[in-house]
Design a protein around this ligand. Structure first.
Ligand code: AGP
Length: 607
């Protein structure tokens, strides 16, 4: 998730306006930044790695002159943060410049095709391909607008793109599929950006660009077209009545709730991980004699879910370990036949990094999954995968958890196929499941949020909760507990349900709330007994269950239902949603700020 911005002014200069708009988009990405403007008949580009203020101090990007320009603030997905990989990207002649938010899935194929006809690439990004595609179309005699439209029709994936071209220096051309893009129509010029905060200080009149549409902005007007046919579209602007603060959260009261609702897209982006990286990781794991999964907090719960998937799907034993315990507990077992797969959204958690360094010192191969390209973990890893979740502002991890579990499930499937231990039917079932995930998530969020809020408000006065699950849902139960505990400061408990008989059950008394995470999977029949044990001692059972559940639903005092027939290995990605919302609404109900809970930091960089 990056922030793109473009401006066409009647008069004045774009540098400071682009700079200001990028500052307002910084929450979308902040590892590199750049601007480009047309002046003196050519395109001037200023870009570098680093936060906006840092790059401004060195390059003075706000000094760019000219009445037309584009800007970008980056959250790296392809190509680690660097000056070369920063946007805007240009073509061979520097006549076309482009900024991009999203993922071009077929960029490798297009790059090979363009290199074969002599194009030279300066970066490792997916985006640069588009500038060269437009250049190729211009060479074949197309005008700028048509060159962009034709290029867009060759792309697969998600993109919001904005282009300028020195051959037609009076217009910005923008195009989108999946990634958001909104137009601002002003009296002093026209604007487009990933989000309205970018131009809210210039105009409150906006037009949303819909799927597969493009816009041509000049200083005086904005025209919209369909990308596939080129047919013109008319659409009236709407008035934005948000403050910038609200706009940053796109109307949600907190970043956490916004990020919970971003999960259909962040999971789709995670599932777009290029097969080449999954293949590299699967090969390393397949060669290894010992495999450890290392992480902390929420990322550790993703590893727990992964361990279940690796053993059940790929028939591979992997050991999930809390990173701060790894070297002391397992260091003696680590050698050159060991693979450690470290998971960290920030990529900077010191306990995880120390465990990784300790493993590296003992000759182990290091694999990494992180949401921050260029983070220390990605630099320590022999192979790494970027989660593509976009920046997560809320301290409580939500969208990064579901992205991690999605990538780890994909990796387990790749490994199972490599080891030829998975029947075709099961592999197809999982592939279909991956495709369904974004819809399952958006269906749940759009139909059940109020219901979860009601249950949270009903149980606000409880001084403790327990989360129980079996099999794959042990990880979900532990993650649900962590969300409630870190946001409501309540001493919540979580257990593998079978284990609850060996201690926890003594805590249960009349009205004690027990949340059962119980999808209709291979361990369903076993958890029914646990529900009855709790009921028998007066517990209030909150069932997080399948829509078509017939048994636990009758035993539940409250029930939250999820779409039916979700493959068990994918259930944590969907069954965590009600638990994220529950924790959020308990925290808000208690008057706490869910974005910045006490005593916690988004990235824990101390031992
Ligand atoms: C989760 O909501 C917390 N923010 C925390 O437990 C977090 O998961 C942990 O600190 C690990 O962070 P990482 O994924 O950035 O390494």
């Amino acid at each position: 998730m990056c922030g793109i911005s473009a401006v066409v002014l009647k008069n004045g200069t774009v540098g400071p306006i682009l700079y200001d708009s990028l500052k307002r988009l910084e929450y979308r990405g902040y590892d590199s930044v750049g601007e480009a403007a047309i002046n003196g008949g050519g395109i001037v580009v200023k870009k570098d790695r680093g936060k906006i203020d840092e790059v401004e101090r060195t390059l003075h990007i706000s000094d760019l002159t000219g009445v037309i320009g584009i800007g970008h603030t980056r959250w790296a997905t392809h190509g680690a943060p660097s000056k070369e990989n920063a946007h805007p990207h240009t073509d061979c002649k520097g006549q076309v410049a482009v900024v991009h938010n999203g993922i071009i899935e077929n960029f490798m194929l297009l790059r090979q095709e363009l290199e074969a006809v002599g194009h030279e690439f300066k970066s490792r990004t997916d985006t640069e391909v588009v500038a060269h595609l437009v250049e190729e179309n211009l060479k074949s005699g197309m005008g700028f607008v048509e060159a962009v439209r034709s290029a867009a029709n060759r792309l697969t994936g998600a993109y919001a793109l904005a282009f300028i071209c020195s051959l037609e220096p009076d217009k910005v051309v923008a195009v989108r599929r999946e990634s958001p893009l909104v137009i601002g129509t002003g009296t002093d010029g026209n604007y487009c950006a990933s989000d309205v905060p970018a131009f809210l200080s210039r105009t409150k009149l906006a037009i949303h660009l819909e799927e597969d549409e493009m816009a041509v902005l000049t200083a005086d007007h904005v025209k919209l077209y369909k990308v596939d046919t080129g047919e013109e579209i008319s659409r009236e602007p709407f008035k934005v009545d948000w403050s910038v603060e609200t706009a940053l959260k796109t109307g949600y009261p907190h970043f956490m709730l916004k990020e919970i609702h971003e999960q259909p897209l962040s999971v789709r982006n995670a599932l777009r991980t290029h097969p080449i990286y999954l293949e590299l990781m699967a090969s390393a794991i397949n060669r290894a004699k010992k495999v450890f999964l290392l992480a902390c907090g929420t990322s550790y719960h993703a590893c727990l879910a992964a361990a279940y998937a690796f053993s059940n799907l790929a028939k591979v034993e992997v050991t999930p370990v809390v990173a701060s315990e790894f070297i002391d507990g397992y260091g003696a077992l680590v050698d050159s036949d060991t693979v450690v797969l470290a998971v960290s959204q920030s990529g900077e958690t010191i306990d995880t990094l120390s465990a990784v360094r300790g493993a590296k010192d003992r000759g182990a191969t290091v694999l990494g999954i992180s949401n921050v390209m260029g983070s220390t973990l990605t630099r320590l890893s022999d192979v790494y995968i970027g989660q593509n979740s976009g920046p997560e502002m809320g301290v409580a991890a939500t969208k990064t958890f579901t992205a991690q579990v999605s990538i780890l499930a994909k990796l387990a499937l790749a490994l199972a196929k490599k080891r030829e231990v998975i029947p075709q039917s099961q592999s197809e079932l999982l592939e279909n499941g991956f495709n369904e995930l974004p819809d399952w998530i958006s269906t749940f969020l759009s139909t059940q949020e109020r219901h979860v809020k009601r249950i949270a408000e009903k149980y606000l006065d409880r001084r403790s909760f327990c989360f129980l699950g079996r099999g794959m849902s042990v990880a979900t139960a532990l993650e649900g507990r962590l969300k409630l505990l870190e946001l409501s400061y309540l001493p919540a408990i979580a257990y593998p349900a079978g284990e609850s008989k060996h201690g926890f059950i003594s805590v249960v008394e009349d009205g004690y709330p027990v949340i059962f995470v119980a999808p209709k999977d291979e361990v369903y029949s076993k958890i029914i007994g646990n529900v009855m044990e709790m009921k028998a001692r007066g517990a209030k059972v909150i069932g997080v269950i399948d829509e078509e559940d017939g048994e636990i639903s009758t035993l539940s005092d409250e029930k939250i239902t999820l779409p039916p027939r979700i493959p068990s290995l994918l259930t944590p990605i969907v069954y965590i949603l009600p638990l994220q919302l529950f924790a959020y609404y308990v925290a808000v109900g208690k008057g706490y700020d869910p974005d910045f809970p006490r005593n916690l930091a988004k990235s824990v960089t101390v031992h």
